[in-house]
Design a protein around this ligand. Structure first.
Ligand SMILES: Cc1ncc(COP(=O)(O)O)c(C=O)c1O
Length: 466
């Protein structure tokens, strides 16, 4: 039977979604029939120690598509079409290079002297590691909770990742870093600001100085994120950013490497594919003698950014500050609902006061839930149209155990395991309407209340209900 709350305006889409959900497994618990007083009383009159299950009302299922990335602004589309008409897609044959302009604009945005456009953040990381001297046999400290691209790239260079624990706020655990910096023999720290979450950078710099570690920052999710009022990425010798579609600057694939060090940039430019004297065509070229030297010593990895990509990123670099405000207002609306409606069971990690974040993703974990309740939460949440992804699934590319399949070293990381066991990730698409954000938060809160509530009812009734 359909819960009366679901007979709400919304037309055909709601009807289809409702019918699909009604016939899905476990639909009864998802849409409980209107509470019968006797039944509700049975659940609510419980032992003092147990929290009564509440008779909640279900929000409408969420029907918008989370998979659609942010569109390229018209200005970028026109510039990209112009590039395609001209046939000058290769950055070094452009007469007025979009990539070179993008490099200047990106360098300005991140407040670094030099920026290099490349074909992905993973390429930027690989080049960054090479310019700080990573080669076969070297140990590189990195996060035990980050994207698989990091250990993969370290291993691609024949180096060895040393995985560091995570803290409750989802950043690198700096006590574990300190210990592994002292004991592992690593000479480089590749620090990932996973999902734009930033650890105490003053302490990171101090640890690196004391243990002679060269610092590379993975700012894949860091565009617009600030530490002490300045764009993140300035503590390390080199930083890498992503413009892949899940990020706040979308060019499908793409990335930037940034640095203040002219010698690093000269090497990076050559490595990225500026063979012969093509360094002259770069947006932020370092002094010529350094580029000449790099030309004579560096190999070519052909990781260049192409002109269509350059055209797409430029308007998104320009309008990022305005978009950050919107991301954050909507993020706050989501967190507000989660805390009000399900604060007992949903924890949204807080950032340090030095951080000005960008709320383009929602990350949270469930507390005080059993594995069954966690699974039920996920099933209900996804079933109602909010595809939060579970970080500890057997295919999640951000879970360190899943990196072992390609030979990444095994580390015992109980804090990461514990954290990720009920941790979730959700994009907050910028093309949704303002009202969609509290709505999707209502669905998440409802899902956890269903999961926890049905478990409590089961305990108190002593009866098994779906
Ligand atoms: C934390 C982190 N670092 C690096 C990358 C690699 O970025 P790209 O896909 O641009 O190579 C990603 C990808 O999403 C990521 O999540």
């Amino acid at each position: 039977m359909i819960h009366p709350r679901l007979l709400c305006p919304g037309g055909r889409n709601y009807f289809i979604a409702i019918m699909a959900l009604l016939f899905a497994p476990g639909a009864e618990a998802l849409f409980p029939p209107p509470a019968k007083p006797a039944h509700t009383a049975k659940v609510q009159v419980s032992k003092a120690a147990a929290k009564p299950a509440v008779a909640w009302t279900a929000p409408a299922p969420f029907t918008k598509d989370f998979s659609k990335p942010m569109a390229v602004p018209e200005e970028g589309i026109e510039a990209a079409v112009e590039v395609m008409r001209s046939g000058r897609l290769f950055r070094y044959c452009a007469t007025e290079s979009q990539v070179a302009h993008a490099e200047k604009e990106f360098a300005e945005m991140v407040d670094q002297k030099y920026a290099l456009g490349v074909n992905s953040c993973s390429s930027a990381i690989m080049i960054a590691l090479m310019v700080v001297g990573v080669e076969a046999g070297i140990k590189v400290l990195t996060n035990g909770f980050t994207f698989t691209a990091l250990p993969s790239t370290i291993m691609r260079l024949g180096a060895e990742p040393v995985l560091v624990e995570a803290s409750a706020d989802w950043t690198m655990d700096l006590d574990d870093l300190e210990e592994k910096a002292a004991s592992s023999g690593a000479s480089v720290l590749l620090l990932s600001h996973m999902r734009g979450k930033v650890c105490d950078m003053d302490r990171v710099v101090d640890i690196c100085a004391r243990h002679n570690l060269r610092l590379v920052e993975d700012c894949a999710h860091g565009c617009g994120v600030q530490w002490q009022g300045r764009q993140l990425g300035y503590h390390g010798e080199v930083a890498a950013y992503s413009t892949q579609s899940d990020k706040v600057i979308n060019s499908g694939e793409g990335g930037f490497l940034t640095t203040d060090d002219p010698s690093h940039m000269a090497k990076a430019i050559y490595l990225s594919g500026a063979y012969e004297r093509r360094y002259t065509k770069h947006g932020t070229p370092p002094p010529q003698e350094l580029c000449e030297e790099a030309m004579l010593t560096m190999p070519n990895l052909s990781c260049r950014m192409n002109e269509v990509t350059g055209a797409c990123v430029r308007p998104l670099i320009k309008n990022l500050p305005a978009r950050v405000e919107q991301y954050n207002a909507r993020y706050r609306a989501v967190v507000d609902v989660l805390r009000r409606r399900a604060g007992d069971h949903i924890v949204v990690p807080e950032q340090l006061p030095q951080v000005s974040p960008v709320g383009d993703h929602l990350n949270f974990y469930l507390r005080d839930v059993t594995p069954e309740q966690n699974a039920r939460f996920h099933e209900v949440c996804v079933g109602m149209g909010v595809p939060a992804s579970w970080f500890r699934s057997s295919v999640n590319a951000r879970y360190h155990v899943n990196w072992r399949k390609y030979g990444a070293p095994s580390y015992e990381l109980p804090q990461v395991d514990e954290l990720l066991s009920t941790a979730y990730d959700l994009k907050l698409p910028p093309y949704f309407d303002d009202a969609d954000f509290p709505h999707l938060a209502e669905v998440i809160a409802h899902a956890v209340n269903v999961a926890v509530g049905s478990e409590k009812a089961l305990l108190e009734d002593g009866a098994v209900r779906a």
